[in-house]
Design a protein around this ligand. Sequence first.
Ligand SMILES: *[C@@H]1O[C@H](CO)[C@@H](O)[C@H](O)[C@H]1NC(C)=O
Length: 431
Amino acid sequence: MALRKDKHNQSVRGSRIAIAIVIGVFLGCVFAFLYPNGLFSSATSDLPPRNRKVSKITSQVDSSCDSSEKINMLKSDIMQLSEKNDELKKQVRELNEKLRLAAVGKGHAEEQVVALSEPHKAGPFGTVKALRTSPTVLPDESVNPRLAKILEKVAVRKEVIVALANSNVKDMLEVWFTSIKKVGIPNFLVVALDDAIVEFCESNDIPVYKRDPDKYVDSIGKSGGNHAVSGLKFRILREFLQLGYSVLLSDVDIVYLQNPFDHFHKDSDVESMSDGHDNATAYGYNDVFDEPAMGWARYAHTMRIWVYNSGFFFIRPTIPAIELLDRVADRLSKQPKSWDQAVFNEELFFPSHPGYVGLHAAKRTLDIYLFMNSKVLFKTVRQDAALKKLKPVIVHVNYHPDKLSRMRAVVDFYVNGKQDALEPFPVGSDW
Ligand SMILES: *[C@@H]1O[C@H](CO)[C@@H](O)[C@H](O)[C@H]1NC(C)=O
């Protein structure tokens, strides 16, 4: 800039310009040689249209090593382009961040896209996988705005533990929520079936929800025995799923020792604990039926699996899951004497056959040593030094009528470290 003002220094100026031009030309040639595809090609290689301009400029450098005017033009072009380059880099960074975020939710979503998109050829042997993770439904707040508000506060990652309780189970409920609080699980909700339970929960600072008056629900909820209340829950649960929440339906004769949400696979419509007492009974086995009169064909193979426990299952807000709830609730209302757990299992497992369209829900049996029933605990685990050291996620005292005392023993054994707490109890009940 100073040179422009100083006329005496014109000759100096001229030679400086000449030097600058020589350096510029030299650099231009060097860059043209080193980066024949353009200076910025690596950063913008995935953005062809803009890159083309840069390449054009650098090819101009090739053909104009002798032109000083063009060099100045090129310099300002390069300035502009490097600004654009920075901008592009920023855009690439943003795109990468978006890709990363998308990848987080990938997993099952990818499966869904593959399975729901255009028909495509099967891949090579061993690479094909059917869809087992159904997409979740669009949440519908209008179903129950009051419950939606409660769940917004209580749920974590759209997941919540739900238990139904009336005053008959108040003592167990206390052991239940005390164990949940002790583990530090914040997302649980008691569906109170009478006012005493509402008060009990409120006085203990336990999240509680009471349904709006409903003749059907109220008559069963207040006076109902165990099985009648069980039928109710399928109707009540539906709203939770419609609101877009995954629910861990939990009986209250359960002690929590770890956060169960860390142990679900979340790949199925239903993940349930089993009433089975070993791997075979819980996960399925080949049960051979022997009929000697058939001679050569005396052995008939049958597939067996012990029932899922309908008092502890994790259910995702999917169409098959909601259909399951509807089918069970419908059958229970038409056959009031049936046992909800049997109906739950039949709907889950029986295939379509003449006159019947089966439910096609994805199901997963939970690990029997992590989601432990009281038969596994009292028959096997407490006798086995290695299994005794494992810490279950929950223990469900479903196999024993003296529930409260066994729940307390489970707390003593696993939480308070009383090594002999489980010993006084017989394997089964006395009658
Ligand atoms: C039961 O299954 C688990 C997990 O699949 C396995 O680790 C264990 O060895 C099995 N136990 C027996 C007795 O087969």
